[in-house]
Design a protein around this ligand. Structure first.
Ligand code: ZN
Length: 345
């Protein structure tokens, strides 16, 4: 009996050791990347070269990454469940023909799951650079592929009325229902542009999650209706940058100011508090998208970061990227987007 108890205790200790080891290695962080076009020279802001994409796939195929369907990340974030280090999901927006011709065969051969956010108008209009519904249905039948909602007309939804935005989404709903037999429940804001109003609309549509387009790793503290994605185009798709991004991890922050991406004070006073256990904030840099040098950072106490900018942000989309070196040669990455309507002075 005594021997049995000792044996039981040893098994218990052994199991808890390995459980805690696995938990210590897992983290509240993931990286979501996005593409548009593949091998379509002439569209440098949305295209990646095939040579670049081949390098990306070769890197993602290495053992040290945990490549998952987007939904796996969403479920982990919602349930505050940690993920293995270097968890990455791949998304592609708009529905260009080069997805079908170039991206999908490569991703399928590598066994990499993808989520395709398709806007319905250009497909319906049989735009020669878009996929057809037959091709989209063929992709949809592949277990590696999920189709997401991207609205109908690819509108700047923060610049139209709520009613117009809802009407656009409902037009797409009808078409998805007709062509695919269901309405996707993952949503990507066209151009990544969102607002408090758009988040409310996304919630009212009961989407599982909604996605923006700005550089940041995600964690469970992100608004599930405005999750960041790293976008790649041929000017910013070299393999070193790609590796830096897919190895990055979310910087755990709270008390973020300003509270919304709608830029009502310009330049904004950005501030956030980093968790106590993160050391080395002195090495942090924050780069705004509109100025070619790092912003001024004031550290208050040991972990409050205040970021200040010398110049106002221009109209349209802007962002800041705050990064600092972390353990294992991986970088902490925290970004914020800002949207300033053209009409606002
Ligand atoms: Zn798009």
């Amino acid at each position: 009996m005594k021997k049995l108890i000792i044996q039981f205790c040893l098994i218990f200790l052994f199991n808890s050791f390995y459980t805690s080891l696995a938990l210590a290695q897992s983290e509240d962080s993931a990286v979501i990347i996005m593409y548009h076009r593949f091998g379509e020279e002439g569209f440098p802001t949305t295209n990646v070269k095939l040579s670049q994409f081949d390098q990306h796939i070769a890197e993602l195929s290495k053992d040290n990454y945990n490549i998952v369907p987007l939904r796996t990340i969403i479920e982990a974030l919602k349930n505050k469940r940690a993920l293995p280090p270097r968890t990455v999901a791949v998304t592609i927006d708009d529905g260009y023909l080069s997805i079908y011709k170039e991206a999908w065969p490569r991703l399928k051969a590598a066994g990499i799951p993808i989520t395709l956010f398709i806007s319905t108008e250009s497909v319906n209009d049989q735009n020669p650079s878009s996929m057809t519904w037959d091709q989209i249905r063929e992709l949809d039948a592949d277990p590696l592929v999920e189709i997401g909602h991207h609205g109908h007309a690819h509108a700047h939804m923060t610049e139209i009325s709520n009613d117009e935005a809802k009407a656009d989404i409902e037009e797409a709903d009808k078409i998805y229902q007709r062509e695919l037999g269901y309405i996707p429940d993952l949503f990507a804001y066209p151009y990544g542009e969102f607002s408090e109003n758009m988040i409310e609309i996304a919630k009212s549509k009961n989407y599982e999650a909604a996605f923006a387009q700005y550089s940041s790793a995600v964690n469970s503290r992100n608004d599930i209706m405005a999750l960041p994605r790293f976008a790649f185009n041929e000017n910013y798709a070299d393999i070193d940058r790609f590796k830096l991004i897919i190895n990055s991890r979310a910087l755990p922050v709270k008390d973020i100011l300003p509270r919304t991406a709608d830029l009502d004070v310009n330049p904004p006073s950005v501030g956030f508090t980093v968790d106590d256990n993160i050391k080395g904030l002195g090495a942090m840099n924050c780069f705004p998208s509109h100025i070619d040098k790092a912003a001024r950072i004031n550290l208050i106490g040991t972990n409050r970061v205040e970021v200040r900018f010398d110049e106002p942000f221009p109209p349209g989309r802007s962002r800041i990227n705050c990064t600092m070196p972390g353990p294992d040669g991986r970088w902490y990455w925290f970004g914020l987007p800002f949207f300033r309507l053209n009409t606002v002075n």
